[in-house]
Ligand binder design. Structure first.
Ligand code: PLP
Length: 393
């Protein structure tokens, strides 16, 4: 990590001196310059940086359009709303996901219907999706679990047979590939998150990617109170262009300050991916055949971006997952529990979903420190701690 990165995050660094960070954005001088440039330009929202960020993002996804929004959640809401999905409709979604994937279905008044996951990849099981289709189903919202692409070809087939929309929750999957095709090019609509824990970050933010240009135009209008012509397009127009508001919209905008950071992050995308891959490969080697932990399984056709590194406890290990996390914490190793089972949280508990794989994985998985600047020495400490905790079991 260079000097400038330490300057940017000085406060955090001093608190974390010697500590292993669980996750950490990889930002430097380029992001600082990019932000300074926007501030000096005086055009800090809805300007040229946003347009450039959207264009680069779409290009990298192999898609026609990318629409920047304030988060994955607001982006996915706009998509569901644009598709006319609402009360009385059902959307099939995994429960094993960050609860945002499920909440957004509720935000439009529709009903989430939970499908179980494949225990090897943690991704939604297409066979269970097919079983959960009813006359009310309108869409499937698969998740690319912590960056590992889901079986989108199977999902697309099911959707085509039943005339359902597919919205790929790629919150964590920017930069991942499936049979060498970029996530973002695989579903009719894909939504990414740009939150601080994501591979490419703008602090907060989201990006909707699609080949449907009419949909993209509508999404741009909806993110800005339904305004027919953007401020940027009207600026300097002669004769004066007056906007109208053909439908009710929202304020789900992303700023040009964020877009400038995003552009600088896209410039270093290959470095971000390579550093994460190196960390993941070291973990994979160290944990292959481990007596107590199961490292992630990556099918040969998939290239994850390694947004997170999640392991599972083997059946019959002598410690519970939470005890493992407590012991690692006591040794200075920060972890997070694995992906949650949303149907077990109070808002969804009464729906009666039974999802054996999701329930077991939510109880037995944990995530290890993973970010581009994790050092070899720090990784060695993590791996040594994973062995040491069982010495005391
Ligand atoms: C799978 C998944 N979906 C949705 C979200 C929500 O993203 P955001 O915080 O940008 O709304 C997240 C965030 O971590 C996520 O992991």
């Amino acid at each position: 990590m260079n000097e400038s990165i330490q300057t940017v995050t000085a406060a955090v660094s001093s608190r974390q001196a010697g500590q292993i960070a669980f996750s950490r954005p990889y930002l430097g001088e380029e992001e600082l310059h990019a932000v300074a440039g926007v501030l000096r330009s005086g055009w800090i929202v809805g300007g040229s940086r946003l347009a450039a960020f959207e264009n680069r993002f779409a290009e990298l996804c192999g898609a026609a359009e990318a629409v920047g929004v304030s988060s994955w959640t607001t982006g996915a809401f706009l998509v569901l709303h644009s598709l006319g999905i609402g009360p009385g409709d059902e959307v099939i979604v995994p429960s094993l996901t960050f609860i945002a994937s499920v909440n957004v279905v509720r935000h439009v008044g529709a009903t989430p219907v939970f499908a179980d996951v494949d225990p090897a990849t943690y991704n939604i099981d297409p066979a269970d999706v097919a079983r959960k289709i009813t006359a009310r189903t309108r869409a499937i919202l698969p998740v690319d679990q912590i960056g590992l692409p889901c079986d989108i070809d199977a999902i697309n087939d099911i959707a085509a047979r039943h005339r359902l929309a597919v919205i790929d929750d790629a919150a964590c999957a920017f930069g991942s590939r499936n049979r060498n095709r970029p996530v973002g090019s695989l579903a009719e609509i894909t939504v990414f998150s740009l939150h601080a824990r994501k591979v490419v970050t703008t602090g907060e933010g989201g990006m909707i990617v699609t080949n449907d240009r009419a949909l993209a135009t509508r999404l741009r209008r909806l993110r800005h109170q339904g305004m027919s012509v953007s401020d940027f397009a009207r600026h300097d127009a002669s004769p004066t262009v007056f906007e109208s508001y053909p439908e009710i919209g929202y304020n789900f905008r992303i700023t040009d300050i964020q877009a400038a950071i995003g552009l600088a992050q896209l410039d270093r995308l290959q470095e971000l991916l390579a550093r994460r891959r190196a960390v993941a490969e070291r973990y994979q080697r160290a944990l292959a055949g481990h007596s107590f932990f199961i490292p992630p399984h990556v099918p040969a056709e998939l290239t994850p971006n390694w947004q997170s590194y999640q392991i599972a406890l083997r059946l019959g290990v002598p410690l519970a997952r939470n005890t493992v996390m407590d012991r690692l914490h006591a040794m200075g190793i920060p972890t997070r529990r694995g992906v949650m089972a949303s149907h077990m949280e109070p808002p969804y508990r009464d729906m009666g979903a039974v999802l054996p794989n999701s329930e077991r994985l939510a109880a037995t998985t944990l995530q290890l420190p993973m970010h581009p600047a994790l050092t070899l020495a720090q990784q060695d400490r993590v791996v040594a701690a994973l062995d040491a905790i069982f010495a005391k079991a």
